[in-house]
Design a protein around this ligand. Sequence first.
Ligand code: AMP
Length: 190
Amino acid sequence: MTNIVLFGKPGAGKGTQAEFLKEKYNLVHLSTGDIFRYNMKNDTELGKLAKSYISAGNLVPDEVTTKMVIDSVNANPEANGFLFDGYPRNLSQAEALDAFLESKNMNVAATVALEADDEVLVNRILERGKISQRPDDLDEATIRNRYVVYNNETAPLVAFYKQQGKFHAVDGIGEISEITGRLSAVIDNL
Ligand code: AMP
């Protein structure tokens, strides 16, 4: 069982790369952003709860997000491994994930980060918004707040995973297939 955390700022290409990696390594793709969007679209209780946080570019509370991740892992007992995309996003989530996986005799094998410059990414997200029509991709102030949240809350996870010897970074700029190649080189070496 190989569990990978796909790490990177908003717009770094996690979702795009996850589509390739999940096929290549036969992993269950678990994107917290996608699950929240599904719930918002279907107007579930979880969707209603998450909406105000997401539309402001803030994090949904940890208890809600972590429970959702645990439920999703438990719903896939046959999985060969998970590709966590967009989770964990702060230290308390990373600790909760470690504790949960440990309770199931599992672990995070590696965290693989897609690196790119904030300004490149903000422009990329504004372009993506024209197609995705995601409300949090349309407003520049909301987008910029997501980078503030990333820098304050998510960036400390780099040190957390480095300390565990599990942090690997690749250049997130280039052709999609080129970047998949860089990520695969890391995963193949685990
Ligand atoms: P994403 O699609 O990963 O960019 O996520 C979109 C939004 O969903 C984020 O800006 C947050 O508001 C929320 N979200 C996704 N993952 C998490 C998480 N691990 N913790 C808290 N909020 C999250």
